[in-house]
Design a protein around this ligand. Structure first.
Ligand code: G6P
Length: 599
């Protein structure tokens, strides 16, 4: 995800901004930029790739006096990682940096273009700076112009804007994307999207709430919410950088699990509008002539693919097959041009998936990548890409990437159903509830922490589920294997009696995924069979289950996909808590790599 820094004061501003951006590198980015106003003159530097490229471009520039500056690392979501798309974005006399997604940027852009504004980037962000300047023309007051601008924006944002119209001021706004203001006794003011760049500079910080906007200059910080002025609450700043990068969580994996609610909102943003699914990245005729789908992926991405095959068949009524990329490559597959070939990859660099994609392309198939990293090898080769918008994922065990892949795939299945003229409005209503389901409640996490102590031994785990909960069971078992090093398998619940049930005894742990809205009675009987053979059962369900040894109750929902996402959260937390108790490095498990670029 993108990162933001800002500064007001007498320090050498370029160095502060660049060092600050380096502290945000862990969030992932593909371009970076800074803009500074000193003595009413504006200076801007942008570069694609690493921050050292930006440093090189700005090497001969230094500030000498009081000034203000803003900086940004960009993780591409609208438009390729190019210098023109890098922030800060320029109007005629103002610059803006922004994290998040402006959902209604297209309408705003059209209005502004009609008024004669020229856009030079493909980003949603550029709209903000032109809108500000348009408002300034009428209001003549920069803060009023900024306030009007913010009131027009829909979506998620953390914004810093500077303008020659008020050369000592930074305007700020926060909604849905993090933004922090820091200050110290030397009258310096700092902005950042996480603590890390502020450590060693600010004495105290205020974590802005959603809906807060305002401005700061060398004398004051003024903040508002719902047009009322508010007092910001400042707290002393923690001094540990690594702790700050992890946002106070013990592991990146934990932070990423907690981020799922927010990143899934970003995945949806601008794509579910007025009861319709919209994928700007796909032309309408892209699916013409497509009669079936083949999906190829590895690891967790394969599990997302397998899960989605149930949705493509059930919702879009398109026959769908799924293959592990390393298997697909060498089986001399028969490929037909009426097949849409979908690859799924967090990194976009997985060697087997990449090769499978090349094979499909060479065979003349239409190809579509579901990927988290723009400009990655897979994105460059696929005909079309839908970006998942999870932001960088640091934990080797994939969590938020999986959640966003599932959301994109579900939306894609709805999109295809929509093309066929099916009514999908009810499904969209459900889909919009997912971010809420993904909020980690303290009571749930505490319960899983407590339960985890009972699952540190045994001769194996069986995660079982039916239908789409079967691939989720595979994913649960994979999570546990990856970080706890315990043996775990995912299995279709109905298949246990054809062999694996022979293993059942009290030391065999069954993790049963028992949704109320899909085949409850079927899975219930399967679990009863295991219980009768003395397997220890941990049931995850909204319906109390008497014979379970342990029980995690999920919320009552009226759609199995909401149960799917809540159970996903639970199996991730369970694997993590077991691994932590076993003393393992959850973020860097032994023998595994985050991006597997070899066969
Ligand atoms: C590695 C990672 C897994 C990931 C798999 C596929 O094995 O450790 O977490 O699921 O690669 O990676 P991709 O980037 O293609 O999704």
């Amino acid at each position: 995800m993108c990162g933001i820094v800002g500064y007001i004061g007498k320090r050498e501003i370029k160095s502060f901004l660049i060092e600050g951006l380096k502290e945000l590198e862990y969030r992932g980015y593909d371009s970076a930029g800074i803009a500074i106003i000193e003595n009413e003159s504006m200076h801007v530097f942008k570069a694609v790739g690493k921050i050292k490229n930006l440093e090189e471009k700005a090497k001969d520039f230094k500030t000498k006096e009081f000034g203000i500056g803003i900086g940004h690392t960009r993780w591409a979501t609208h438009g390729k990682p190019t210098e023109l798309n890098a922030h800060p974005h320029l109007g005629e006399f103002s610059y803006v940096v922004h994290n998040g997604i402006i959902e209604n940027y297209k309408e705003l852009k059209k209005e502004l273009e009609n008024k004669g504004y020229k856009f030079i980037s493909q980003t949603d962000t550029e709209t903000i700076v032109h809108l500000f300047e348009e408002n300034f023309k009428h209001k003549k007051d920069p803060f009023k112009a900024f306030k009007d601008t913010i009131s027009k924006l829909k979506g998620a944002y953390a914004i810093l804007l500077i303008s020659k119209a008020s050369p000592n001021t930074i305007f700020f706004a926060k909604n849905g994307s993090p933004l922090i203001i820091g200050k110290n006794s030397k009258n310096e003011i700092f902005f950042a999207s996480s603590d890390a760049p502020l450590i060693g500079y600010a004495d105290e910080v205020s974590y802005l709430d959603d809906g807060v906007f305002g401005y700061a200059d060398k004398e004051k910080i003024k903040a508002f919410k719902d047009s009322q002025e508010i007092n910001l609450e400042f707290k002393p700043l923690t001094m540990e950088k690594e702790f700050a990068q992890k946002g106070g969580f013990r592991f990146f994996m934990e932070k990423e699990i907690y981020e799922q609610s927010r990143v899934v909102s970003e995945t949806i943003m601008g794509r579910a509008i007025d009861g319709k699914i919209v994928f700007e990245e796909l032309e309408k005729n892209f699916f013409e002539g497509i009669e079936n789908i083949k999906i190829c992926a590895c690891g967790t991405s394969y599990h997302a693919g397998l899960s989605s095959s149930y949705l493509f068949e059930r919702i879009s009524k398109i026959p769908t097959s799924v293959e592990i990329a390393s298997e697909f490559r060498y089986k001399k597959p028969l490929l037909n041009k009426n097949t849409l070939f979908i690859v799924i990859s967090q990194s976009g660099e997985t060697a087997d998936t990449l090769e499978a994609l090349k094979m499909a392309k060479n065979a003349g198939l239409k190809t579509l990548a579901i990927c988290n990293v723009d400009n990655s090898s897979i994105v460059r080769i696929a005909d079309k890409t839908i970006l998942t918008r999870a932001g960088i994922e640091k934990g080797v065990a994939s969590t938020k990437a999986f959640a966003t892949q599932m959301m994109v795939l579900w939306m894609l299945s709805l999109y295809l159903a929509q093309i066929k003229g099916f009514d999908i409005s009810k499904e969209i209503d459900v889909l919009l509830k997912v971010p809420k389901v993904l909020i980690v409640e303290n009571s749930l996490h505490e319960k899983i922490k407590r339960l985890s102590k009972r699952y540190l031994h045994g001769h194996g785990f069986f995660y079982i589920g039916r239908d789409i909960f079967y691939p989720l069971a595979l994913e649960g078992a994979l999570k546990l294997k990856e970080i706890s090093y315990l043996h775990a398998e995912g299995y279709p619940a109905g298949e246990m009696k054809h062999g694996p049930i022979a293993l059942a005894d009290p030391e065999l742990f069954t993790i049963a995924l028992m949704p109320k809205n899909l085949l409850y009675d079927k899975i219930k009987s399967n679990v009863e069979e295991l219980s009768a053979r003395d397997s220890t059962i941990l049931a995850i369900s909204p319906i109390e289950f008497e014979i379970a040894d342990d029980f995690i109750k999920i919320k009552e929902q009226n759609h199995y996909m909401l149960e799917y996402f809540e159970m996903m959260l639970i199996i991730q937390l369970l694997a993590m808590e077991i691994a932590i108790r076993l003393g393992n490095d959850v973020d860097m498990p032994r023998n595994l790599a985050k991006s597997v670029t070899v066969e």
